[in-house]
Design a binder for this molecule. Sequence first.
Ligand code: CP
Length: 329
Amino acid sequence: MATTTLLNTQKKESRWGMTKKNVIWKRKDLLGLEDLSADEIALILDAAKSFKEVSTRKVKKVPTLRGKTIVSLFFEPSTRTRISFELAAKRLSADTIGITANSSSVLKGETLKDTAKNIEAMNVDVVILRHSTPGAPHLLAKVLGPSIINAGDGAHEHPTQGLLDLFTIKEKKGTLKNLKVSIIGDIAHSRVARSNIWGLKKMGADVTVCGPSTLMPVGIERMGVKVTNDLDQAIEGADVLNVLRIQVERQKKGLLPSIREYINLFGINRQRLKNAKDDMLIMHPGPINRGVELTPDVADGPCSVILEQVANGIAVRMAVLFLVTGGKE
Ligand code: CP
């Protein structure tokens, strides 16, 4: 059974090659990849590898979180993350309930903290939060007993997206160490970029960020990444291209002269990939603006692992739910 295998992996050397000592998960919450050590990331990835098999079974369920209650609060739109967490929780046999801002008493003026305190009073075990304010999950983690999982906080972090991206790269390439990963597009407004950079750097990858100067955060080099505005330079020699969504909902006006100019300079199409490595992976966290960040033939082409990222998200979120709830059956 997946969880038995998982418990065994905690006693052995990590299959992800990062740890030679026993690493036990001690955190109540998962707030970001900035906080995690390489060993903790490796532990989650190992656990996800064990859980991935559950989703291939005829009966896609293990009893691991039977009796646990998981509430998801999505105060921003989501397709992938919300469904993925819900499926992960259900496949672990947890009881789940989800609400959005539109269906909660936040619309009547209740604060996030009061909403969360009321949910805590109903004796839940895990709260999964997506919120437009950076740090919102960190606030709840300080004041609430249940585990808090950050499902995306503004432009700050999206740790489970970062983890599923790392998992997918490792699964395809066999290692993260010394891989060349280029992250393309709207770096400034992207929580996915931040979580990827923290995670990839800790696991030994070589990260380049590429995008328009107006969408590049000041001081991003301090995260240990190379910075370029030249897409051809970012593509040449890359093992992975992680292409980000243009986050129009977070951008101030005037950051891009026009979408047409963005497509000309930073859009990925087959012609732009002529000097790419044959086995370069194309990734995108979704949702894709087809024809803007990626042309459809690239998004659906042989190098694309975009839907594999989505599939791996369930295993990664099963692992995270398992670990924050104590890592025991
Ligand atoms: N990648 C991602 O976070 O997608 P959703 O916004 O659909 O959850």
